[in-house]
Design a protein around this ligand. Structure first.
Ligand code: HEC
Length: 108
């Protein structure tokens, strides 16, 4: 009776031990997966590209200063390591730096 009763948890020598270890392993795998998924969703919602260089920023600032481009409102974008905008156009870079991964598919 002790194998499946409420006393089981307080007795580490019962035959159900293997099952409990398995349960703990599965639980930790499950939590790890859940954390990874949550991390991925957070990056999808708030992550975006790096603006490539300070020169690119400066080039866009010059265009703003000379009135050729509007000043962009800054949005919260968390830069994803390795996710870099490769465009040579400072306007494309500046605009894309404000976009999050979830926005990409509305235009592309
Ligand atoms: C508001 C619309 C819009 C959104 C949102 C958007 N893009 Fe773009 N993207 C454009 C346009 C327009 C161009 C073309 C610019 C050009 O060719 O001059 C472009 C160009 C590009 C290019 C090519 C750049 C080049 O110089 O060849 C890449 C790569 C790209 N986008 C990736 C992304 C990614 C990644 C995201 C999400 C973070 C994204 N875009 C979100 C409108 C958008």
């Amino acid at each position: 009776m002790s194998e499946c009763g409420p006393l089981e948890a307080s007795d580490p020598a019962t035959p159900a031990r293997g099952r409990r270890v398995l349960r703990r392993v599965l639980l930790s795998v499950g939590w790890t997966l859940a954390a990874l998924v949550a991390f991925g969703v957070a990056l999808y919602l708030f992550g975006g590209m790096w603006v490539r260089t300070p020169e690119m920023r400066a080039a866009y600032s010059d265009l703003v200063a000379s009135g050729q481009q509007p000043r962009l409102a800054r949005t919260l974008v968390v830069p994803i390591p390795g996710c870099v905008c490769h465009s040579d156009d400072p306007v494309v870079q500046a605009r894309h730096a404000n976009r999050r991964i979830r926005d990409c598919f509305t235009c592309h």
